[in-house]
Design a protein around this ligand. Structure first.
Ligand code: SF4
Length: 490
């Protein structure tokens, strides 16, 4: 570590306090007040990164619009002022059979339940053909952790997809699924990393292109152990992504907040993503075998309907709790290892997030994650108009025009839009909409009269619709013409 002036002039002191250069070359100003406009300007322009303490202080003390303004500046510094993106993909949940019991999940089934399902190859291929018909470029394929499916089932599926649709990008299998693959298939290897690499390489060779960030939830152990019963811990989650990166694949990171966690847990989660991203980006690119990394970070608030976790009482629902600190905040710390015994109601009370907390958290993520390219607006649960606002709070991407969504919609409400509405939302937020691919390269820039939204004459037929969807209904593929949903893609 060396002390330097953050302004770059070389003087030992600066109005923003001592600056520190880490081994990765990034600079921090740990003595600066988190609300110092000079610090925030430097962070927004990419010259200085926030410390965990400053990030937490910002979460608690910064006015929402201040956070939004600097997150927006950070976003514009990276992405410019003109274009905001979306992708056309299809969310395919190949099975709802799962041996985990996450308390926030309304999607999972035991294998012997009447509405348990595993899709046949031909059902999955039919869904992809409908996606291709509307100009889609990728599938987001995730499922429950189904012990009945052998490794060969996944290899056969990927080969069938790539043989029929070689240009469709397969963004599939989140870290908890891979960790269960290791348990189910018992692959060779001394370490978890070796075993993961064995399985992942087999699936990559069969056609897997990249990994989604599902199952991130909250990394802090005390929270994770309460809500993700049977799901891998943070170390395993991050190691899975590390292995994917070592194989040259891109991934994304996610966070589901607004339940039992404290604000420090959210910051700890973001800092872990930043730290592992630093490591990935520091790897030398071997000729022909570049190292992968996280392309995007997407966070969203917990949806409570039909979930065991959602049955908990909200904090403050009895008079003696009013004005008292939320148990999650009493337990949480920036190391992610708070003692659950610090508050007897920890894990028994919820603090749900509304629109402002969602925007605050997303804006903070844009400022903290200076090494992640895209922040996704995850408005599938918040509504399209919050999604528009999110584009001014650090998000550069509106997620996906999706043809179906089963997991979040099992736990509440999602919104149903088509590509024209999505483009219109981006345009009326002040940007030119552009369709992107999984690598965030632009495919179609909608700056001409032929753009999907500019061709619409009667908007009364293109309003957003709320969509409630039952898990398991999925096996009957919905018609692409009547069921286009738009939401976050992770
Ligand atoms: S969230 Fe995923 S891993 Fe957890 S129970 Fe539901 S399907 Fe299984």
């Amino acid at each position: 570590m060396t002390d330097v002036c953050p302004s770059g002039c070389g003087c030992p002191e600066s109005p923003r306090g001592r600056a520190v250069v880490s081994r990765t070359g990034s600079r921090t100003a740990p003595d600066a007040d988190a609300l110092d406009p000079g610090l925030l300007q430097d962070v927004a322009l990419g010259g200085v990164r926030l410390t965990a303490e400053q990030a937490l202080d910002l979460y608690w003390r910064a006015p929402l619009l201040t956070l939004g303004r600097y997150a927006d500046l950070r976003c514009r510094t990276i992405h410019g002022d003109r274009i905001r993106t979306y992708v056309i993909d299809r969310n395919i949940n190949y099975t709802n059979v799962c041996n985990a019991k996450c308390t926030f999940c309304a999607f999972r089934r035991d294998g012997d339940e009447h509405d348990a399902y595993t899709l046949e190859y031909n059902q999955i291929l039919e869904k992809i053909s409908e996606l291709v018909a509307i100009g889609g470029t990728q599938i987001l394929m995730q499922g429950g952790m189904n012990p009945a499916l052998p490794l060969e089932w996944y290899e056969g599926l990927l080969r069938a997809i790539k043989s029929a649709y070689p240009h469709v990008h397969v963004h599939g299998f989140s870290p908890p699924e891979f960790i269960e693959f290791v348990h189910f298939f018992n692959p060779p290897g001394e370490t978890l990393e070796d075993k993961l690499r064995f399985v992942m390489k087999r699936l990559k060779d069969a056609g897997l292109d990249s990994l989604p960030g599902g199952g991130g939830e909250i990394f802090a152990g005390p929270v994770r152990r309460k809500i993700g019963l049977g799901k891998c811990d943070a170390e395993a989650w991050l190691t899975t992504m590390w292995v994917a990166h070592s194989l040259g694949m891109f991934t994304s990171a996610t966070m589901m907040f607004g339940h039992i966690e404290g604000a420090a847990d959210r910051v700890h989660h973001m800092m872990l993503v930043r730290e592992w991203q630093d490591r990935a980006l520091a790897q030398p690119a071997a000729p022909g075998a570049p190292f992968g990394h996280y392309k995007a970070f997407i966070s969203w608030p917990f949806q409570r309907e039909n979930t065991p976790l959602g049955r908990l009482k909200e904090w403050g629902s009895v008079p003696e709790e009013l004005g008292q600190p939320f148990p999650g905040d009493v337990v949480a710390n920036l190391r992610g290892d708070g003692g659950p015994s610090a508050h007897k109601e920890f894990g028994r009370r919820l603090r749900m997030s509304g629109a402002t907390d969602y925007l605050r958290t997303q804006a903070l993520s844009r400022l903290v994650l200076d090494n992640v390219y895209s922040i996704g607006a995850s408005w599938v649960t918040m509504g399209p108009h919050i999604g528009q606002v999110a584009l001014h709070f650090g998000a550069s991407d509106m997620g996906s025009v999706m043809m179906e969504e089963n997991v979040v919609s099992s736990a509440g409400t999602t919104y149903c839009l088509n590509e024209a509405v999505l483009c219109r939302l981006i345009r009326t937020a002040g940007f030119i909409p552009a369709q992107r691919d999984n690598a965030y390269d632009l495919l179609r820039l909608h700056d001409s009269p032929g753009s999907p939204d500019l061709r619409v004459e009667d908007w009364s037929r293109h309003r957003a619709k709320r969509l409630h969807q039952q898990a398991g209904r999925d096996a009957k593929a919905p018609s692409a013409a009547v069921e286009l949903t738009t939401g976050a893609t992770n």
